[in-house]
Write a protein of this length. Sequence first.
Length: 138
Amino acid sequence: MVHLLRAASVEFGLRQAEFAAAHGMHPTDVRALICLLDAARAGENATAGLLSARLGLHSAGTTAVIDRLEQLGHVTRTRDDADRRRVLVRVSPEAVRLGRAFFGPLLDGLVELIGTFTPAERATVRHFLTTARTALTP
């Protein structure tokens, strides 16, 4: 099962690299967009510090990623209304549209596949993926 998980991760990484190449990005830029989207989905305020921690980059590397994504129109930087010293990084609607156009069919296929599983099977898969992620997180 570990080998299958790794193989699925490699395939998803290849799709990310294809998306990056098609849109003039570095693969790390795509990972950054995913981190930002995950933060938004979780209701977290995304800052350069959060992105740095999640990507394992130093501050200069994180700034370079955000600068590239901002220049491409994929993210915006805005002052946090609650703390004007803090800058929030958000994915632009255009980047969401591009991601959905590319990854949507893949994700829709996975959702359809998951729909064929029983509730117990989905719970087992969720448990495995959740604990695998925990085991892989330093």
